[in-house]
Design a protein around this ligand. Structure first.
Ligand code: GLN
Length: 299
């Protein structure tokens, strides 16, 4: 409920909104409020403190309705309508998995290992992303590797629509094709690189995630009993979808890295595997390189 304010000046609104969010237990209350209000006003957060005109009443109402939504656990990025990933902004909305900073390090590792392949390859490098969500990983790969083409697979329609908008926004629709389907069932042929941040939270842990994370699509989080269902299935499918010497990059939870490394080492197609860390230095995924030849099925 909005308390009476003496004025609707932005400084007073920040103060009041931050008080309400702090009371609801949000640790970054002031920052979140600054982002919400500055976005509603089309300003940068610092400019809120320089603005002398009162904030128009419809904006004030919208602001307090966002504060109420945030206090009740709606993710900040859904209210802002966008999220940053690798220095670029991507549209997100309810029903779409929100890009995470921990994924940035994994994607950077993918780019570093794919770049030499791109340089040594006369035709465009073919990349596959499994579970595109907002499209932020496919777009970041396409930006960083200007000669690549990407196929992005996604099972849910809302993320597909959002990813399409994001690719248009970034001028990448011509190089990233989106396909509705489940993992590699939706495509034929082989790729030089496969990248994925699949669901990997163990089913019983999903309901214990913070309230705002639980507002995101459950299929993007729930990785089955021990969380490894999709990670392992992708390691196995990669045998039929990777080119010789191709690269598979998977994000997973910290405690899942050893299990996933073991499984990958045992896969017939794998030449080499290493663990990946996120930008905070925590174990966060694996990178597996395919042999230059192995028993291949043809499609
Ligand atoms: N890292 C995510 C989290 O914070 C999980 C992402 C996933 O399952 N791909 O819950």
């Amino acid at each position: 409920m909005r308390h009476a304010t003496a004025t609707s000046h932005s400084r007073a609104l920040v103060q009041e909104g931050a008080g309400q969010l702090a009371a609801a237990g949000r640790e970054q209350a002031r920052h979140e409020v600054e982002w919400l209000l500055s976005r509603l006003l089309g300003l940068r957060p610092l400019e809120l403190y320089l603005m002398d005109d009162p904030v128009p009443e419809p904006v004030v109402e919208r602001f307090f309705s966002q504060i109420r939504a945030r206090a009740s656990g709606v993710p900040l990025q859904y209210l802002l309508g966008e999220a940053d990933f690798c220095g670029r902004s991507f549209i997100v909305r309810p029903g779409v998995f929100i890009p995470r900073p921990e994924t940035e390090g994994v994607v950077q590792a993918a780019i570093d290992s794919l770049r030499p392949l791109a340089q040594g390859c006369r035709s465009p490098l073919r990349l596959l992303e499994l579970g595109v969500g907002s499209g932020c990983i496919s777009a970041t790969l396409a930006y960083a590797l200007p000669t690549c083409v990407v196929v992005g697979i996604e099972v849910l329609w809302e993320p597909l629509r959002t990813a399409q908008e994001n690719l248009q926004r970034h001028g990448l629709s011509g190089r990233v094709s989106l396909v509705q389907g489940r993992w590699t069932d939706a495509v034929r042929g082989r790729f030089h690189g496969i990248v994925s941040n699949p669901p990997y939270v163990p089913t019983t842990d999903v309901d214990r995630l913070p309230l705002d994370v639980r507002q995101e699509p459950r299929v993007s989080l729930d990785g089955g009993g021990n969380g490894m269902r999709d990670l392992l299935s992708i390691v196995h499918c990669a045998a039929d979808r990777l080119e010789p010497a191709g690269v598979l990059v998977l994000e997973c939870g910290e405690s899942q890295v050893p299990h996933l490394m073991r499984e990958a080492w045992q896969a017939a197609w794998v030449e080499h595997v290493r663990g990946l860390r996120d930008l905070a230095g925590r174990p966060r995924g694996i990178l597996a390189v395919a042999k230059t030849s192995w028993q291949q099925k043809s499609y």
